[in-house]
Write a protein that binds this ligand. Structure first.
Ligand SMILES: [Zn+2]
Length: 220
């Protein structure tokens, strides 16, 4: 598995570039500036701008905002959960308005459901619906390598996504992280902050333990 990590700048989410037989971009930052940054990183690792899929972990602007510009420049198809697709189509993510920003509004190309698989680079990832931080949140898990793409559901160091934005829900987040804690996670690729290369299951378990105690804390 060849993955290039493009850390988020400012409010932008982290971006992950998967090279190989099915080049893919996971999460896209807030907009045009992040799209250019991601494209130049893609050219550096792949030698071209050929990308097959743009995968969005959820509908928040800091993850989805750059997707239309990247699609335009690469011809890639945008994939996300059904709920995320609906919210993006309607431009109805109320959390963006809390920050005085217009929510992202665009049509996506492929709606993913629990149990679907998607190829990222040379690897197959399983789609897990993990609402709680937002309604349309998904995580992606590669069983073979134990790699978990966790969006804003869990972070390194036992962190968890905030659930107090519109579309968030504490109890739902607990159930989603319980599901993640059943996985044998070796590598964690979260939507913000550092990645974890080894033994990440311990940190996912810590996220679940911390969740009750951290109620009210705002992260991600
Ligand atoms: Zn988010």
């Amino acid at each position: 598995m060849e993955i290039r990590f493009v850390p988020g700048a400012g409010y932008d989410s982290n971006t992950y570039l998967f090279s190989g037989s099915h080049p893919a971009i996971v999460d896209t930052g807030t907009g045009a500036a992040s799209a250019e940054r991601i494209l130049s990183a893609t050219e550096k690792i792949a030698g071209c701008r050929d990308v097959e899929a743009i995968l969005l972990t959820h509908e928040h602007l800091d993850h989805a905002g750059g997707a239309p510009a990247l699609r335009e420049k690469t011809g890639a198809k945008i994939a996300c959960s059904k709920k995320c697709a609906q919210i993006l189509k309607e431009g109805s993510d109320a959390s963006a308005r809390l920050f005085g920003i217009e929510p992202p509004r665009f049509e996506t190309d492929r709606a993913l459901c629990e149990g679907d698989t998607i190829r990222l680079g040379d690897d197959v990832f399983l789609v897990l619906e993990t609402p709680g931080h937002s309604q349309g949140s998904i995580c992606l898990y590669c069983d073979e390598s134990g790699t978990l793409i966790s969006g804003d559901t869990v972070f390194a160091g036992g962190g968890v996504g905030r659930w107090d934005l519109p579309g968030g829900d504490y109890e739902t987040l607990v159930e989603s992280i319980k599901l993640l804690a059943t996985l044998d996670v070796e590598t964690l690729l979260p939507g913000h902050g550092p990645t974890v290369e080894r033994g990440a299951k311990r940190q996912v378990d810590a996220s679940l333990r911390n969740l009750a105690g951290w109620r009210g804390r705002e992260i991600g």
